[in-house]
Each structure stands twice: as structure tokens, then as C-alpha cells.
Design a protein around this ligand. Structure first.
Ligand code: NAD
Length: 256
């Protein structure tokens, strides 16, 4: 077994990583962190201009347009990747509603973007990951919403529960060939949360922001960089025995 020495700990030199939704929020911070670790990062996002701006600023990265709900789009990206060692299934969207107020269209949309996407992207890039000489690695971005019930998040909780189930299934199916793990963040300060505050609480943003902080015992929102550090760790050789695990990163929310 190869172990790290202090001066090459958590390095990813020579590895290729692809981050879906890699142009904003947690994905953006992850793209930056993996480049810092020495990886070449494919920033795969539906928002190509944002991905391009980030790739230019990072250097050891390339932007590619990918819609994670489209097999054609995923296949087009798979065709240009020379190798793939790390896949971060991060792209996702939110939704507010109970079982009574969630429309069928919105439920299907959430399943499509948050769940079917993980199936399509993982399937589309699987042969590249299996060919990785360093043993391919998948990190799925779940949520505490996949672990506990959150009021008014019927569809979102459903989708994140499915992401965690897919993580465990893949980890068992490919235990000899890949490592597959998931991170379950609490509320993290990203455009995703700002968009939620703007859309549903435009006139009481600060009040609701304080409530979001208060439900996490540490009394603050998480930072995207804190999730990115966990992605880097899980992708590194130091995490070589970690497979099928779920990591909460929530300031104590699920411990309360
Ligand atoms: P964000 O909105 O800041 O970024 C999401 C990115 O995904 C954007 O760049 C967007 O263009 C891209 N995207 C959206 N639909 C896409 C599609 N069909 N194909 C490709 N790219 C697409 O969001 P974020 O807060 O960074 O969230 C990232 C992930 O983390 C999501 O899966 C989210 O559910 C999860 N998460 C977020 C929080 C939080 O509080 N921010 C907490 C737990 C989990």
C-alpha cells in the first residue's frame, strides 16, 4: 500500500477530475481545491460561460458544457476526456413544498436533475473510471436532506435520499474497482441558498438567514470550501479504505 508522507499528503497530481455543476458554489470551490491538489479539472456545467471564466482563472482546468439530464450531452463530454480518475456528482437544484403543494412537474424535474443525472453521468463515464490506474473514485454530493426530514422539502429530501442509496449500491457493486462515497452538507453559503432566499423570502431574507444558521448548532452556515476539502480528502490515497460511506458536514445539525 502506498502511504503519504507529510510533503505529499492529499495530493492528486496527474489525476483527472470532472465536477458536474462545477462552475458555482460547492462545485466551484471543489474545482479550485482539486486544482490546488494537483489534479486537472474538467468543469462540467450547463452554464458554459461561468465554467469558462473559472477554468481560465484556474489554469489546470477546462470548461465543458454538460447538461446532466441529457445522455447526448454526457456522451459528447465522455468522447473528449483522455482519462478520468475522479468524478464529483455535484450538480443539483432545490425545491420548496410539502407533498400536498409539490406539483408532479416539479417532482419529476427534481428527480431528473438530482437523481437520474447521477445515474446518467456515472453510467456515461464508468468505463473511463474503471480504466483509471489509480482506482477510480466517485464523490456524490448528497445533503442532510437525505438523512433527516426537513419541512417543506418533500421532493428535495426524496432526491437526496436516492443519491445516498445510489452511493451505497455503487460502492458494493464496484468495491474492487472504484471507491464511491457521499458528502451530506447542511446549509452552505452558495448562490443556491441566496436564490432560495430571493425566491421565497425576498422581504425577510435576513430573518430567514438567521433561522438557517440557528438550526445548525454551530450557529453559522457552512462554507463551500469546507465541502471542497472533504471532496479532496475522499479523492486522495489517504482515503483508500473508505468506500460506501456518508459524511455529514453540517455544524452538528443531524447530531442535535
Ligand atoms: P449552486 O446553485 O451554487 O450551483 C449549482 C451548479 O449546478 C450551477 O453552476 C448550475 O449551473 C449547475 N447545474 C444546474 N443544473 C445543471 C444541469 N442540468 N447540468 C449541469 N449543471 C447544472 O448550488 P450549490 O449550493 O453549490 O449546490 C451544489 C450541490 O450541493 C447540489 O447538489 C445541492 O443539492 C447540494 N447541496 C447544497 C447545499 C447548500 O446549502 N448550498 C446543501 C446540501 C447539499
Amino acid at each position: 500500500m502506498t502511504t503519504a508522507t507529510t510533503d505529499n499528503a492529499f495530493r492528486l497530481d496527474g489525476l483527472h477530475a470532472l465536477v458536474t455543476g462545477g462552475a458555482s458554489g460547492i462545485g466551484e470551490a471543489t474545482s479550485k481545491e482539486l486544482v490546488r491538489a494537483g489534479a486537472f479539472v474538467w468543469i462540467a456545467d450547463i452554464n458554459l460561460s461561468a465554467a469558462e471564466a473559472l477554468a481560465t482563472s484556474l489554469g489546470n482546468a477546462r470548461a465543458v458544457k454538460m447538461d446532466v439530464t441529457s445522455t447526448e450531452s454526457i456522451e459528447a463530454v465522455a468522447a473528449i476526456l483522455p482519462q478520468l480518475d475522479i468524478l464529483v456528482n455535484n450538480a443539483g437544484i432545490g425545491h420548496v413544498g410539502s407533498v400536498a403543494t409539490t406539483s408532479i412537474e416539479d417532482f419529476d424535474k427534481l428527480l431528473n436533475v438530482n437523481v437520474r443525472s447521477v445515474f446518467l453521468v456515472t453510467r456515461g463515464l464508468l468505463s473511463l473510471l474503471l480504466a483509471s490506474p489509480s482506482k477510480g473514485c466517485i464523490v456524490n454530493i448528497g445533503s442532510v436532506a437525505g438523512l433527516i426530514g426537513i419541512k417543506q422539502r418533500f421532493a428535495y429530501c426524496t432526491t437526496k435520499g436516492a443519491v445516498l442509496a445510489m452511493t451505497r449500491q455503487l460502492a458494493v457493486e464496484y468495491a474492487k474497482e472504484l471507491r464511491v462515497n457521499a458528502i451530506c452538507p447542511g446549509t452552505v453559503e452558495t448562490p443556491f441558498v441566496e436564490g432560495y432566499l430571493d425566491k421565497y423570502h425576498a422581504h425577510e431574507k435576513e430573518k430567514i438567514r438567521e433561522e438557517l444558521k440557528a438550526r445548525q448548532p454551530m450557529g453559522r452556515l457552512g462554507q463551500p470550501e469546507e465541502v471542497a476539502s472533504m471532496v479532496r480528502y475522499l479523492s486522495s490515497r489517504e482515503a483508500g479504505f473508505i468506500n460506501g460511506s456518508l459524511f455529514t458536514l453540517d455544524g452538528g445539525w443531524t447530531a442535535a
